[in-house]
Write a protein that binds this ligand. Structure first.
Ligand SMILES: O=C(O)C(=O)C[C@]1(C(=O)O)C=C[C@@H](O)C=C1
Length: 250
């Protein structure tokens, strides 16, 4: 992590970071939901190698790479090939992750989930031609989701260090089911799903000075946020954890 050192690597600290990431994800969804789906943004364009959105993401990531974004172990690019090097010297980050697992990048899956499943649930139909601003909002959502999900590498490293014997047995057997069982805390997952639903109600409520005018109206449907976590964010985080652990002894 950007400024994370070995002695801060414990489950309590990491879970607090994940809780704070919930706020970032929910606020970014609220911001994206302000605009309709704007589907021409995602259509292939003559003269560009892909869509206007892909162009926007590639160019934004190149600037952010120069500014050092991808020097942080929890940041992963959506177009990681041929990124320019950072302009400033690399921060001297302590390498807390195992090198093989550190390079796991499941952004393609995250991007598919975002575009095919999530976006239609949080946007209205339509095209207001605000493509640049929409692309910026999309990138904010994708980066927040990606960061949260790839933090699973740190969670996995902590769990391995806290219980090396149990994990080593499952890793040597390359037993994905056993690893999944070891790293799963169902009660924690339930709490998260309930909390993000409540946060979506609080952060996304319509505020009006007249009482009761907007009761029950939200900028993003709170049950969609709970579903996002239950069906995609938590399972993908666990997928990252398992993939990380599988190569932890390499
Ligand atoms: O908090 C943990 O222990 C995690 O591994 C993170 C997480 C999550 O994605 O939020 C994933 C698996 C656990 O079952 C609980 C929560």
């Amino acid at each position: 992590m950007g400024n994370f050192s070995d002695d801060m690597l414990n489950l309590d600290t990491l879970r607090k970071i994940l809780v704070r990431e919930e706020d970032t994800i929910i606020f970014s969804l609220i911001e994206r939901a302000k605009y309709p789906i704007n589907s021409p943004l995602y259509d292939k364009r003559p003269g560009l190698s892909g869509s206007l959105f892909e162009f926007f993401v590639k160019e934004s990531e190149a600037v952010q790479a120069k500014a050092g974004r991808y020097s942080s172990a929890e940041e992963n690019a959506f177009f990681p090939d041929n990124l320019p090097p950072p302009l400033l010297p690399l921060r001297d980050n302590e390498q807390v992750l195992h090198p093989r697992g550190a390079s796991i990048n499941i952004n393609e899956q995250i991007s598919n989930m975002y575009h095919k499943q999530l976006l239609p649930l949080i946007t209205s139909n339509g095209d207001d031609r605000n493509y640049a601003i929409t692309a910026g909002r999309d990138l904010d959502c994708l980066q927040a989701l990606s960061r949260r999900i790839h933090l699973g590498k740190f969670v996995a490293e902590i769990k391995f260090r806290e219980s090396p014997e149990n994990y080593t047995r499952a890793i040597r057997a390359q037993d994905k089911d056993a690893l999944m069982k070891l790293l799963t805390f169902t009660s924690v997952e339930e709490m998260i799903k309930n909390r993000v639903e409540k946060k979506a109600m609080v952060f996304g409520q319509e505020v009006d000075l007249k009482e009761n005018d907007n009761v029950g109206k939200y900028k993003v449907n709170p049950s969609v946020v709970s579903r996002l976590y239950g069906e995609w964010v938590i399972p993908l985080t666990k997928f990252v954890e398992v993939e990380y652990l599988l190569c932890r002894l390499d």
